[in-house]
Design a protein around this ligand. Structure first.
Ligand code: BYC
Length: 483
């Protein structure tokens, strides 16, 4: 079957890229498949591999009607290779090759660069599944459990997408990199995942929701930038992945939103006015808002690190080569070459934080990070609306970009959430007010009792407004295998 918008399920590996006619790549992927299943069985969702889960599977890549819902056991999920349709006459939209025909093969001079970007992108996908593998056991409802597993299988598919690119376009070293993606492990001392945030733990469901809100949103920004690529197969892959990424961020935003809603309701019912009266709020079996703020501080700052350094020659090279663009590149009104433009970058100068004009080319990461922060802000405002509606007097905020950073301009200083630079001692004294401390983690862990009865939700989270696929509230999203 040639390239089409419908997915060919006749091969072992569902695809819309005509794999039947590409026996070399089909064979390479079939050889990689057992290793992937092995990885999924050992590192994927623990304890639920034999449960029936109400999952969405892509059957076509058309914007409408590409999803089919049904019960599936996760190891039987039909992972596959799905690319957005080829646009006739697509061009390179930026850099020195601007207006040339988009590349259908990897240009020799950009091979190493492209391979590196694809491997980094690919590495994050299994990493997040590894980070989340214990969460099923403490799911606050069958609805949430199902959403977790949907996110997990889609991250698995995103790994397949990057592996396809490696196998098809990068020959022997592509195959080796594809193997490497199954060898590294999140948090492993000797073989860690490549980027910082993907070696952190996701110890509880609030972290999962924050992760899908903040870190999956980095995924969105990075995929948007790669979707601009002059290397057309990468662009098309990322465009399809973005449709799935949107659901992950929905899970995060509504997950945190529902936790906020439940906390505020419980406070109102108990007549608690002071959101900072943590002990009183915690006695209600809900998560106090200041602890949610700490979790947001943590996940936001870890996700900012994923943008690399504010000033980066790597990023400039990616851009000039036409390999990785800016967010919504084609909608920006400039020359798309940036040889003369500048961009304001926040930098540490003489012990204080200042905005400095830098060449726009080297400031590409900073610009993407700014776009990201704006996108996060909108979500935080929606959370604040939830609080506001209940009349509780508290507002969540994003911390300053210098707060708790491990990469870039602010990696070697300490700053408060308002951007005040602090000494080592001041930081040590105050950090537990700003980041989850052990006692906060212990409290949340204590709330994470499984709630698997149909239509029931754990004490700390409100039910969703609507079900998945419009199912009723008591729908059995996961048939938990209790044997
Ligand atoms: N941790 O010039 P620099 C997702 C390295 S998330 C460790 O500052 P550059 C998802 C960097 O590699 C999106 N190392 O940065 C979400 C470089 O090393 P080399 C994933 C880091 O290169 C949720 C050196 O520092 N996709 O999809 O401009 C669930 C100097 O780098 C880090 C991508 O990231 C870090 N945080 O940009 C599931 C897109 N930051 O080369 C999935 C592909 C930097 O000197 N990746 N370094 O050895 C990229 O575009 C770039 O690699 C980065 C870094 C944006 C990550």
């Amino acid at each position: 079957m040639p390239e089409t918008s419908n997915v060919d399920y006749s091969t072992k590996i569902p695809n819309n890229v005509g794999l039947m006619d590409d026996q070399r790549v089909l064979k390479a992927l079939e050889q990689w498949h057992p290793g992937y299943i092995d990885w999924w069985m050992t590192m994927g969702p623990e304890g639920f591999q034999t449960s029936d889960v109400y999952l969405r599977t892509a059957i076509s890549i058309d914007p409408k009607g590409w999803a089919k819902f049904d019960y599936v056991k996760m190891p039987d999920y039909r992972w596959g290779i799905l690319l957005a349709p080829r646009q006739e006459d697509r061009r390179v939209n930026f850099g020195v090759h601007k207006d040339e025909k988009a590349w259908q093969e990897v240009p020799g001079e950009y091979r190493a660069m492209l391979r590196r970007l694809i491997v980094v992108q690919g590495d994050t996908e299994p990493a997040s599944v590894e980070q989340q593998r214990h969460l099923g056991k403490t799911a606050p409802s069958l609805y949430d459990m199902r959403n977790l597993f949907q996110v997990n299988v889609e991250e698995g598919r995103h790994l397949w997408a990057m592996v396809y690119l490696l196998q098809k376009y990068f020959g022997k070293d592509g195959r080796e990199e594809a193997e490497g993606l199954l060898q590294r492990r999140s948090g492993d001392q000797d073989r860690p995942r490549m980027l910082g945030a993907f070696n952190e733990e996701t110890p509880d469901w609030l972290s999962f929701f924050m992760f899908t809100f903040f870190t999956d949103r980095d995924g969105k920004m990075q995929l948007e930038s790669l979707a601009q690529s002059g290397f057309d197969p990468l662009s098309r892959t990322c465009r399809f992945m973005l449709t799935e990424e949107a659901h992950h961020m929905f899970v995060g935003e509504t997950g945190v939103g529902r936790a906020i809603e439940r906390t505020c309701q419980a406070m109102r019912e108990a007549g608690i006015e002071d959101a900072n009266d943590i002990d009183a709020v915690r006695k209600l079996g809900v998560i106090d808002l200041p602890t949610m703020q700490k979790k947001a501080n943590l996940h936001f700052s870890l996700s900012l690190d994923l943008f690399g350094s504010e000033v980066s020659t790597n990023a400039a090279n990616y851009y000039t080569s036409g390999v990785k663009g800016r967010f919504q590149e084609t909608r920006i009104d400039d020359d798309h070459q940036l040889t003369k433009a500048t961009y304001p970058v926040s930098k540490l100068m003489d012990g204080s934080i200042k905005m400095v004009e830098e060449p726009a080319l080297t400031a590409i990461n900073m610009r993407l990070r700014d776009d990201y922060v704006n996108d996060c802000l909108k979500g935080v405002q929606r959370w604040n609306k939830v609080i506001e509606k209940t009349g509780v007097n508290y507002r969540l905020r994003l911390p300053h970009v210098a707060f708790h950073r491990g990469i870039g301009e602010f990696a070697n200083i300490h700053a408060s959430p308002t951007g005040q630079i602090l000494s080592e001692q001041e930081w040590a004294r105050q950090k537990d007010q700003w980041l989850p401390a052990k006692a906060d983690g212990d409290f949340i862990a204590g709330l994470m009792a499984p709630c698997w009865e149909r239509g029931k939700f754990a004490s700390w989270i409100a039910p969703p407004r609507v079900g998945i696929d419009n199912k009723p509230g008591d729908f059995e999203y996961v048939k938990v295998d209790r044997a």
